[in-house]
Design a protein around this ligand. Structure first.
Ligand SMILES: C[S@@+](CC[C@H](N)C(=O)[O-])C[C@H]1O[C@@H](n2cnc3c(N)ncnc32)[C@H](O)[C@@H]1O
Length: 207
């Protein structure tokens, strides 16, 4: 999703809206430094586990109902998707209590990012900004990206499509604003594509 290199993974990384996913756990295990923020980290592991099980079949049914909107090469089937998701979420749950003690999982909601300026090399956001353009306003997107760029040297966001498969209408108006901030902005094709056509990542860097 983010075209992460070994050099990227050696830096200090902030994951925004990381949810019950395994990135933090896996990166930590290989010696990385990742901090994740998400409002669900207000909840206990048991609460999150319960919620995962409540929504598991609903999420898979939604994907089954829209089967042709997805690319089935790496993930081969809906059953495979379910197993992959559950394995990732279990890895998260197994790591959650220790990660909270280590302050790797912190409850916070974009557009607020509760860190000092320049605390991270890289800030990431997957499957939240742009994807949920119908629920998060243009202003929230702008403020969230500003906050992420305040705390990190570089920001990457994936994907740039909304849930309906169309590119977020916020990208074009944000582009002029990126230039006005003096940031280098690029859209790069990455190797991961599950939502059909969702293979592009936004990269923002300080000039
Ligand atoms: C679809 S999940 C994506 C999880 C993970 N990034 C991934 O790609 O698998 C969206 C996540 O965004 C979180 N979220 C919702 N509103 C948020 C906000 N304002 N700031 C940060 N995270 C938020 C949700 O709790 C959820 O965990």
């Amino acid at each position: 999703m983010f075209a992460l290199s070994e050099q990227d993974l050696a830096g200090k990384i902030l994951g925004c809206g990381d949810g019950p996913a395994s990135f933090n756990s896996e990166a930590t295990r290989r010696g990385g430094y990742v901090t994740s923020i998400d409002p669900i980290y207000h909840f206990t592991a048991q609460d999150i586990d319960d919620r995962i099980h409540e929504t598991f079949d609903i999420v898979l049914q939604q994907v089954q109902d829209n089967y042709d909107d997805y690319v089935w090469d790496t993930i081969r089937s809906v059953k495979d998707l379910g197993e992959t998701r559950m394995a990732s979420m279990q890895m998260f749950l197994d790591d959650y209590d220790q990660g909270k003690r280590d302050r790797r999982y912190l409850p916070a909601s974009l557009p607020e990012v509760p860190f000092e300026d320049g605390s991270f090399d890289l800030a990431l956001c997957s499957h939240l900004l742009f994807l949920y353009s119908d629920r998060l306003s243009f202003d929230v997107h702008q403020q969230a990206l500003e906050s992420m760029m305040r705390v990190a040297y570089e920001v990457r966001v994936f994907p740039l499509l909304q849930l309906d498969g169309l590119r977020s209408p916020y990208l074009d108006p944000l582009w002029a604003w990126f230039q006005s901030q003096g940031w280098r902005a690029s859209i790069e094709r990455v190797s991961y594509e599950f939502q059909r056509g969702g293979h592009d990542m936004l990269r923002l860097c300080r000039s």
